[in-house]
Design a protein around this ligand. Sequence first.
Ligand SMILES: Nc1ncnc2c1ncn2[C@@H]1O[C@H](COP(=O)(O)OP(=O)(O)O)[C@@H](O)[C@H]1O
Ligand SMILES: [Mg+2]
Length: 214
Amino acid sequence: MSTNSANNNIKSKNIFAVDHRVDLEERWDGNGHKGGILWFTGLSGSGKTTLALELERQLIKHRYQAFVLDGDNIRGGLNRDLDFSPEGRSENIRRIAEVAALFSDAGQIAIAAFISPYEEDRQIARTLRPDLFHEVFINSDLAVCEQRDPKGLYKKARAGEIPEFTGISAPYEEPANPELVIDTAEDSVLESVYRLMDYVGSEFTLQGQVKEVA
Ligand SMILES: Nc1ncnc2c1ncn2[C@@H]1O[C@H](COP(=O)(O)OP(=O)(O)O)[C@@H](O)[C@H]1O
Ligand SMILES: [Mg+2]
């Protein structure tokens, strides 16, 4: 298994990818469950961070190997050189997608919580590990997100203080065929987390094994 994801566009000519001596299945056996990528996409305020962090807590409690990659954390470190222009957003997602792919190579469940507004960028993320990629649409009307406004960003965006704000002055392309849709305008946080746990219980369980999830 090579972890060099994009074999095109490599600047250096002298790259020799190595194969690990541990199979992914061996890692999964060790963990007692499959790994993969849960890719949360949705508007700001739709509930990505809230649900990702609670899902992570529940999964760890049930002895799953899981880790959240969240927008603001990554933008403060790995991606601190990027802005919110279309190019900056695409590069942001490209790097996260590579990191999430590495986590899944390590046997973990990577929970990636990013607005990721462009369908094309999410498709690129999927292409890196197509069999392990689960797109989860965290769906909520713009009006509800704006009313929640947990970080006061919609207010600032409406006042013209934030250019290129998703849903207001920048586009959000809804997923065409997500593996799972969570309607956070309809369901409570608890109901939403249960649905996510159910999904993990059915999709990340090793054949012939039953793993308790709730
Ligand atoms: N079902 C739900 N799932 C997630 N968040 C919800 C839900 N219902 C209400 N909320 C509230 O919506 C807000 C979502 O904020 P946040 O998780 O930071 O969104 P995002 O990370 O998508 O920008 C929080 O204040 C949360 O308490
Ligand atoms: Mg968030």
